[in-house]
Design a protein around this ligand. Sequence first.
Ligand SMILES: [Zn+2]
Length: 82
Amino acid sequence: MALPTHCPNCNISFDGGDIYEKISKTFPEKSHDELIEYCSHYGWMPENKKNFSNIIHVKELGYGGYWQCPECEWNDRKEQNL
Ligand SMILES: [Zn+2]
């Protein structure tokens, strides 16, 4: 299941910004090539850019967990009526 980009309940954006831009600010000493290598661990590539998501992954033993909105605590388990 793809992650929602907005909360279905309170409608805040889960967009946490471009991964490369975030990482380059966190590690200003890294070279461009090092940053690309680092970002690739998040699935980010120059020709396939991705953004971080602010959505929270709540882990639960045996169930794999569920996603929760950091603002209103909506979660996809409620969505699925489990
Ligand atoms: Zn919400």
